[in-house]
Design a protein around this ligand. Structure first.
Ligand SMILES: Nc1ncnc2c1ncn2[C@@H]1O[C@H](COP(=O)(O)OP(=O)(O)O)[C@@H](O)[C@H]1O
Ligand SMILES: [Mg+2]
Length: 260
């Protein structure tokens, strides 16, 4: 058995408001294995972001507990990188200073990190853009900067909340390839949230399928496709079977009905 990196036991999250209670998460039981690439797919509002925030210690659970390497999460743990859907870059800071932002909150030798930040920017094809400003960059480049920032301190655990959701399809494909390569080289534990079935199947060792009202895990699917995966794998029969299986779960749950 692989080592368990993160463990969600009976995790629940209810938001109370004047309009009534929202059970964003109900009894989530999930183990994230060390070094695995795990994706979470589900319709809008099924609690994906809430789950990520609970794992990241940014939101307290209202039931159950999240453990990371055996320790209950009660605040943002060390050794964690997060990428959000909106890239949250600071527009008045250069690309380099945006990547270096995390070490301003922690003591660290800026010199060492400057070199690493530069290496990451080169790796992401952003060499020459170090002193540019976020508003000068395309959406894909901004998201690369955000990923470089999340990787600055070489975290063992990477949480990504629909990081490519706002990008055009070609840029998204390109970043999927890059992300797979980085994961392949570093074997980080990744929890990746997306609403794209194809993206989830392409990237993952396992795909967690969620439903909404209340947010629950419906199924966890092992993706047994060879790695490294090229984009063309999406046209294979095996890939299609995984996609179909997930789509059929959503059909059964009536996810598509409300949109037609
Ligand atoms: N801070 C909050 N206060 C009240 N309700 C919230 C809050 N955050 C999320 N919710 C509700 O919890 C549910 C799950 O939201 P979210 O985790 O953002 O879903 P997803 O990321 O899957 O789209 C939604 O019904 C949402 O409206
Ligand atoms: Mg979300």
């Amino acid at each position: 058995m692989a080592e368990i990196y993160a463990d969600l036991r009976g995790v629940g999250k209810t938001f109370w408001s004047r309009r009534g209670d929202v059970t964003a998460l109900k009894n989530i039981n999930l183990e994230i294995r060390a070094g695995e690439f795990m994706s979470v797919v589900g319709p809008s509002g099924c609690g994906k972001s809430t789950m990520l925030k609970c794992v990241a210690g940014l939101e307290p659970t209202t039931g159950g507990a999240v453990k990371i390497r055996g320790t209950v999460v009660s605040g943002p743990p060390e050794n964690l990188g997060i990428v959000f859907q909106r890239d949250v870059l600071l527009d008045w800071r250069s690309v380099m200073d945006n990547v270096l932002l995390p070490i301003e909150f922690r003591r660290g030798d800026k010199k060492d990190f400057t070199r690493r930040a530069n290496d990451l920017l080169v790796l992401f094809g952003l060499d020459g853009f170090q002193s540019r400003y976020p508003w000068e960059l395309s959406g894909g480049m901004r998201q690369r900067v955000a990923i470089a920032r999340a990787l600055l301190q070489d975290p063992a655990f990477l949480l990504m909340d629909e990081p490519f959701g706002a990008l055009d399809a070609l840029t998204r494909d390109e970043l999927n390839i890059e992300l797979q390569r980085i994961w392949n080289e570093t074997k980080k534990t990744v929890m990746f949230i997306t609403h794209s079935i194809a993206e989830a199947v392409f990237l993952s060792d396992r795909v967690v399928v969620m439903k909404r009202d209340p947010g629950e895990v419906v199924e966890v699917i092992e993706i047994d496709l060879p790695r490294p995966r090229k984009l063309a794998i999406r046209e294979t029969r095996e890939f299609g079977q995984y996609s179909t299986r997930i789509r059929e779960i959503f059909e059964r749950l009536g996810v598509y009905r409300e949109r037609t």
